[in-house]
Design a protein around this ligand. Sequence first.
Ligand code: C5P
Length: 233
Amino acid sequence: MAKDVIIALDFPTREETLAFLDRFPDGEKPFVKIGMELYYAEGPSIVREIKGRGHRIFLDLKLHDIPNTVKRAMSVLRDLDVDMTNLHAAGGSAMMRAALEGLTRPDGTRPLLIAVTQLTSTGAETLKNELLIETPMAETVLSYAKNAAASGLDGVVCSPLEAALVKERCGEGFCTVTPGVRFAGGDVGDQKRVMTPEAAGKSGCDYIVMGRPITQAEDPVGAYRRAVNEFLG
Ligand code: C5P
């Protein structure tokens, strides 16, 4: 499976996003993630524009609704020609299968479809007291990952610390996309359980998602290249 670094474009406007991308020389086109902030601010045109510049795109909108609605929404996203998108595994296997149907183009190709298991912001207390899930977090995450694999999805978003176990349970070919990556000695910010790009590369992560360590760096292009070099070894 192709391994790569994905830059989280967590910017509020088109202008700031393009100013960031303009720092890269012609011909260097990082894989980028467009999340809810930028998508809701600028709409589908920002996806088309960044795609038109030659970047691969992970559209991180985390869909979660009844199967028919998700299927129809996915068929709209399909036409944006992104490379990867996602949904919540909590929507269940019928929703995940419907999403795959909606995402598949008439020629049979489709973007990679990745499931969010439990959000990393959901703690053990919330799981038990609010979601009323008595099963421990790690087992819950693995069970959701297995549902996603059985529904035909390509992988999951997970912590780099869970990637090896996900691979072990769901198969080597099941893709792991991992945020929570920080350079050694760097600012951890609000991420709690972090790993370096180098350690992530050795732990079964296929794609690492890095935002602030690259976007807020004094030299973002240098930081991106450092992440790629460390991750790919
Ligand atoms: O700036 P930072 O490297 O923390 O950015 C990580 C990106 O990954 C952000 O866009 C964040 O929303 C996303 N993400 C995450 N943890 C998850 C799922 C997504 O940090 N569990």
